[in-house]
Structure formats: structure tokens, C-alpha cells
Design a protein around this ligand. Structure first.
Ligand SMILES: *Cc1c(COP(=O)(O)O)cnc(C)c1O
Length: 397
């Protein structure tokens, strides 16, 4: 954030300071509108097009966003926060919030005339990009480190027809190769350093506010991995405030897994920047990140909104995942359950007041990672082919 301007779309980092690029939105048009005007179009990312840096004429969409905001009363009663909500991002087209960023990122790629898009990722980013590339009729390259491939999410990338490249090296090598391809203008890079993706991801905050009747919750809780999402939510708040549509900014609260928690540790120490961690480990693979690309921006978002950051253990994550399933009929992936685990923990510690309205963003669908679910639930019950045996089983607790 040194103030330098960059025009070349194939440049990924600031040539002056080496930092991430950010899109500066011109909000003069939207400031003439009022929030009700937005509701003339279907809910979803593109309802908020005036806040997006892409001309809708180039729209590449699979109807992302418009996900439910559940008032989770049973969960709220259990954790002692009656006004708890869950924003279920697992109901996006490819099953995670990454679709919100990809519809804008790939639309921008189309605007630029890009024929090939790519990213290095083993998870939801590659699943989302491959789907949007299909929809746009673009070639897609997904760079994966050889031998370190999470099969569940990989299946989506292969299914959508991406060129899935197993790169000789680790994740950093795969990313470096993808970046090199981008710098040589051979593909348009849609990794987390891309500044257009957070623009689309702002829409999750717009929707929560819209679904609550143009009111902000007191707090928004998110899992934090590479930290682009919490930054996007912060940017959305700032833009709504800039045009005078809101006064109240929700306290942005980031939750990390105990084994991958550079941002939460920096927050505990009151530091403005974080120290990268060498060997991140957690069951919540989508947030198993030791050197978050937007970690510093996340800290700014948290401090500026008087928010909070903390860690939860894998055990707390799995418990929260099951709690959501058993109390609310909602199946999220472990990373997403971190937000609910954080709600519970911070209420117990008194950081969250019982009267707060809290929205937990549950980022991805539980079906992405069935192995983790099956490892934590009972086995199917053997049953004879008889009514009596079924009755016996059902009468047990
Ligand atoms: C990407 C992802 C996250 C982490 O989001 P960041 O923007 O990297 O902090 C959390 N949960 C799921 C399911 C994800 O796919």
C-alpha cells in the first residue's frame, strides 16, 4: 500500500514496494443510488455489480452467491449467543466462497481477452477456477506440487477439464512456475495475490447486510488461511461506510487453527505484522497456511474494526462441525467449522457478549472432505433383514 499505480494486468505485485495490489473502486456512481435499488436484481454476487470493477457485459457467472443466512437458534442456545447466524457458503456452485472471487476474476480475464487462466492450489481455488474457465471457454492450468495432492477437491479440477499439472517440487515451486508463466504473459494468474478476486468476495458481506434488512451484525467471524477473505469483508465495510450507507462496522473476528496461526499469534502480541510458520498442520486443510499472503492486511482489518483473533484446536473444530450438523442440519468442511468453534470459545471467554448479533461465515461444503467426516462419526450398524432387529436398533440410544 505504497500508493504506486500499476496498469499492466499481468503484473502481480507492486513493482515499487513488492506488496500486493488492491483495486481502487470508483464509488461515485453507486453513491447516487440507495440500497433498495440493488434489490431489483436477483441476490448473488452480481446484485452488487456497482461495487465490482468489471463491466457486466463480460460477465462469466454460474449464479454464485445468494447463499442462505440461517438464524441458527439451536446452535445459538447451545453456545449462549441467541442471535447467532450462519452464512452457508458451501451452497455456492462449486461448494465454497471461492466462486464469489472467481466470477469477478474470470470475468476480468475475459475483459482482458485472456485465453488461458491458471492458479497454483490444491484446494477450493482450483475447483472454482476450473469451473469458471469451463463456463468462459478458456483453457485452465492448475499447478500442483507432485505427490502432495488432496484427492477430494482435485476431483473437481479434473472433472471440469483443467490441465492439472503435477509440478516437480513443493507448493512454492508450483506457485513460482505459475507466476513466471503469468509474468511472461502466457496465462492470466488467478491465485490469491490476484486483486480482482477479493472484489468479488466483498459480496458475502453485502449479502449478510442485505439479508438482515440492510443492517450490520455486531460481529462477523471468519476462518483465516491466506487471509484474503477477511480483507475482502473489511474492504466491503469500508466502501459501504464511504458512501454513507452504514455507520456501524462489524467487529471482524478471525479464527485460525492452533497448528497454523501466525495471524492469531501476532494479534495476541499486538503486532502489526506476523511471523511466518514453517510447518503448518491442521485437519482444516483449507486454512493450513503458515505464511498467509494477506496476513498483514488481515491484522489491519481486525484492529481497525476492534475485532479479535484467536485459535481453535482440531478437536474443537471437529466438535463444532458435528454440532452444526446435529443441531442445524448443515454440513460444512472443517475450515468452515473453525468460525463456529471460535464463536463458542470467545463466548466462553467473555470476548463475545451474549446480546451480540453474530454472523459466522461457513466457507465451504462438508462434502468436499468426506474422509474427515467418516473418521469422526460412528460406523454403519449391521442389521438383520427383519423388522424386529430394526426395532431393537432404534430402541437403543
Ligand atoms: C480458501 C478457504 C478458506 C480461507 O480463506 P482465506 O481467504 O485464505 O483466509 C477458508 N475456508 C475454505 C473452505 C476455503 O476454501
Amino acid at each position: 500500500m505504497c500508493g504506486a499505480e500499476v496498469k499492466d494486468p499481468y503484473v502481480n505485485l507492486c513493482p515499487k514496494c513488492g506488496g500486493l495490489l488492491t483495486v481502487k473502486m470508483d464509488l461515485s456512481e453507486v453513491s447516487e443510488m440507495n440500497p433498495e435499488d440493488l434489490r431489483k436484481t436477483q441476490i448473488g454476487v452480481w446484485r452488487y455489480a456497482p461495487f465490482m470493477p468489471v463491466d457486466p457485459a463480460h460477465k462469466v457467472s454460474i449464479q454464485e452467491g445468494g447463499t442462505p443466512l440461517y438464524k441458527t437458534e439451536a446452535l445459538g442456545a447451545e453456545v449462549g449467543v441467541p442471535n447467532a447466524y450462519v452464512k452457508f457458503e458451501g451452497l455456492n456452485p462449486t461448494g465454497s466462497f471461492k466462486d464469489r472471487g472467481m466470477t469477478i476474476g474470470v470475468s476480468h480475464a475475459k475483459e482482458l481477452g485472456a485465453k488461458i487462466v491458471g492458479c497454483a492450489s490444491t484446494g477450493n481455488t482450483s475447483a472454482a477456477l476450473s469451473a469458471y474457465a469451463s463456463k468462459a471457454g478458456m483453457k485452465c492450468a492448475v499447478f500442483l506440487p507432485s505427490g502432495k495432492v488432496a484427492m477430494g477437491k482435485l476431483a473437481q479440477a479434473l472433472f471440469f477439464g483443467a490441465k492439472v499439472l503435477s509440478v516437480d517440487g513443493n507448493f512454492d515451486d508450483a506457485l513460482a512456475l505459475a507466476r513466471k508463466m503469468s509474468e511472461e504473459k502466457k496465462l492470466y494468474l488467478l491465485n490469491s495475490i490476484n486483486p480482482y478476486r477479493p472484489e468479488g468476495q466483498k459480496s458475502v458481506l453485502f449479502e449478510i447486510w442485505d439479508q438482515l434488512g440492510f443492517k450490520m451484525p455486531d460481529r462477523v467471524i471468519l476462518p483465516v488461511g491466506n487471509a484474503a477473505n477477511i480483507w475482502a469483508v473489511y474492504k466491503a465495510c469500508m466502501e459501504l461506510k464511504e458512501i454513507g450507507w452504514i455507520d456501524k462496522i462489524p467487529k471482524l473476528t478471525g479464527i485460525q487453527a492452533a497448528g497454523a496461526s501466525p495471524v492469531a499469534k501476532a494479534f495476541e502480541e499486538g503486532a502489526m505484522d506476523f511471523v511466518p510458520e514453517g510447518n503448518p498442520e491442521t485437519v482444516a486443510t483449507a486454512i493450513r497456511i503458515g505464511n498467509p499472503v494477506s496476513g498483514k492486511k488481515a491484522l489491519k482489518a481486525i484492529y481497525d474494526t476492534k475485532g479479535y483473533a484467536t485459535t481453535v484446536t482440531d478437536e474443537e473444530i471437529i466438535k463444532a462441525q458435528l454440532l452444526l450438523g446435529r443441531k442445524e442440519g448443515v454440513c460444512v468442511e472443517p475450515a468452515s467449522a473453525a468460525s463456529v468453534a471460535g464463536l463458542k470459545k470467545l463466548r466462553e471467554q467473555g470476548v463475545i457478549d451474549k446480546d451480540e448479533t453474530v454472523a459466522c461465515i461457513c466457507t465451504g461444503n462438508g462434502l468436499k472432505d468426506p474422509d474427515t467426516i467418516l473418521a469422526n462419526v460412528p460406523k454403519p450398524i449391521p442389521c438383520q433383514n427383519s423388522v424386529k432387529d430394526v426395532e431393537r436398533i432404534l430402541s437403543e440410544n
